[in-house]
Ligand binder design. Structure first.
Ligand code: ZN
Length: 187
């Protein structure tokens, strides 16, 4: 078990610095940045996340709370964050929005009705190896719970794979290529 201190302070840089200094005086295992991704403009999220990460020791895990899209994960990992959490892969999956290497896929769209391909041909999850887009669309339109379960499974698999690749890229020194690829696919 690891105990994290959570830096608060809203969008105010001096308050963030004061909060971080107070937490650093205590023996936490890691540090989180809270109070972001709660409806503020995206440029404010990015500014505060970028400013605050530098207030925290890079030897400790740094966790930005409530993030994010695949692009956000790549962007904030690039800033030095290690941990994330977000409802997007599960909530969006239940609503029929799937993350793929080519971008977002809305499974209820009519163009998937007779498509025999998997959601993502590069994905090894149970949904992609057992169900076609057409079958998944049918399940979603029929309001079968299985549609939400398969979509959730796929999206979580996508996120875990992305983070695994980011870790590998950071260790190998090839991280910038991942960021460029994401900028194209998820723009
Ligand atoms: Zn999949």
């Amino acid at each position: 078990m690891a105990l994290f201190g959570i830096v608060q302070g809203g969008l105010d840089a001096p308050l963030r610095a004061e909060s971080a200094a107070a937490l650093l005086a205590l023996p936490f295992d890691g540090y989180a940045v809270g109070g972001l991704s709660v409806g503020e403009p995206a440029e404010d999220t990015a500014r505060v996340a970028a400013e605050t990460v530098h207030l925290l020791p890079d030897a400790a895990p740094r966790y930005v709370m409530g993030m994010g899209t695949p692009r956000d994960l790549i962007r904030f990992a690039g800033l030095g964050y290690d941990l994330f959490d977000c409802v997007l892969p599960t909530r969006n999956g239940r609503n029929g929005m799937l993350f793929t290497r080519e971008g977002r896929l809305m499974i209820r769209n009519a163009r998937h009705a007779r498509d025999p391909r998997p959601l993502d041909e590069s994905c090894t999850c149970y949904a992609c190896t057992h169900f076609s887009r057409g079958a998944l669309r049918h399940l979603a339109l029929a309001k079968e719970m299985l549609a939400a379960q398969l979509a959730t499974l796929h999206n979580l698999h996508f996120y875990l794979r992305l983070m695994r690749e980011i870790r590998g890229d950071l260790a190998a020194g090839t991280f910038p290529a991942r960021a460029r690829e994401a900028a194209g696919a998820w723009a």
